[in-house]
Design a protein around this ligand. Structure first.
Ligand code: NAD
Ligand code: UDP
Length: 319
């Protein structure tokens, strides 16, 4: 018999990397999950283990089109969007649409269902930052017409639209600004630096370090991110919150770390041109998350990479 006290969450992008891990966490918390995805960058394999469950259902749907879901909804988590630079460069219009039209459709659904809406924003709203580390009150340095603008501006519009529904309609909203996150279920060829380096190292190829490799990123293990998002959703805080790991590293040092981790002597560093508008530095200031959510990352990069490697070994061998 259906349990009428059980909460229901709609998770868009559920077949993707983060959406599938979020679905696992919500189900583990006793929340019924409706996953929605059009599979443009996701993989149904990521949620195959959830399909037989009575507390999980899946809709194959493009959220940039009108979204209809029957019954009650308590939470909506909007994670659908191409997320890797090569994906959003290949699909610029879909990226703009899912951040704008998709967000509008889901805000409308949240209003109709009286649901709480959380959006997946990004450190990319800070662009090539002139403030380091990035605090939530920094407005960013984005080139709106550059190749990355389709993603950055879609996310900035998404934040603006979400805030407008909060202030004008009184909708309960949450905004998480996610910094580079990694873990099992990333697509090995999605072009992001970690899947690229690990699969190149496993295959004994050159690790494609873009530019002089002095640019920095700060990598967060997926379980830490999911925990931060869960806490933010359950909090009463409606302003944007950075969630990420503060351990910053240059791409050259990261490539060397991956070489040492994988231990394939055939692999080497292979310098390539730096993509346009590639941010030179990125590190989250997480003072706010610590204060209002009591959250900080627990998994070091060493431990996170150790947990992630077996997934990539299997995925590369199957490819
Ligand atoms: P992903 O590509 O693995 O997952 C995105 C999912 O969204 C895919 O399954 C894709 O098929 C689906 N999707 C895309 N457009 C859709 C549409 N119009 N309708 C329905 N489904 C659609 O990427 P991810 O890393 O899991 O990222 C998820 C979200 O988190 C994205 O919104 C991304 O911008 C955000 N984010 C991720 C990171 C990160 O480091 N992984 C950092 C910042 C922000
Ligand atoms: N990068 C790299 N080699 C690759 C892929 C990416 O050196 O094969 C660099 C990229 O130029 C950027 C950083 O790694 O400086 C992170 O890139 P990613 O695409 O993972 O995410 P971003 O943080 O730029 O969105």
């Amino acid at each position: 018999m259906a349990d009428s006290t059980r909460k229901t969450a709609l998770i868009t992008g559920a077949a993707g990397f983060l959406g599938s891990h979020l679905s696992d966490r919500f189900i583990a918390e006793g929340i019924r999950v409706i996953g929605m995805d059009n599979l443009i960058t996701g993989d149904i394999e990521n949620i195959a283990h959830l399909m037989p469950r009575e507390d999980f259902s899946f809709y194959h749907h493009d959220v940039s089109q009108f979204v209809h879901v029957p019954g009650n909804l308590d939470y909506i988590l909007h994670f659908a969007s191409p997320a890797s630079p090569i994906d959003y460069l290949k699909m610029p219009i879909q990226t703009l649409k899912v951040g704008s039209l998709g967000t509008h459709n889901l805000l409308g659904l949240a209003k109709a269902k009286n649901a709480r809406m959380l959006i997946a924003s990004t450190s990319e709203v800070y662009g090539d930052p002139l403030v380091h580390p990035q605090t939530e009150d920094y407005w960013g340095n984005v080139n709106p017409i550059g190749p990355r603008g389709v993603y950055d501006e879609a996310k900035r519009f998404q934040e603006a639209m979400t805030m407008a529904y909060h202030t004008y309609h009184g909708l309960e909203t949450r905004i998480v600004r996610i910094f580079n996150t990694y873990g099992p279920r990333m697509r090995i060829n999605d072009g992001r630096v970690l899947p690229a380096f690990i699969s190149q190292a496993i295959r004994g190829e050159g690790l494609t370090v873009f530019g002089d490799g002095s640019q920095t990123r700060s990598f967060c293990y997926v379980d830490d991110l999911v925990d931060g998002i869960y806490r933010l959703l359950m909090s009463d805080y409606s302003q944007p919150v950075n969630i990420g790991n503060t351990a910053e590293i240059t791409m050259t040092d990261f490539a060397k770390e991956i070489l040492a981790l994988v231990g394939n002597e055939k692999a080497y560093l292979d310098q390539r041109p730096l993509p346009t508008d590639d941010p030179k530095v990125r590190q989250p200031d997480i003072t706010l998350a610590k204060k209002i959510l009591g959250w900080e990352p627990k998994v070091s990069r060493e431990e996170g990479l150790r947990r992630t490697l077996p997934y990539f070994l299997e995925a590369v061998n199957k490819s």
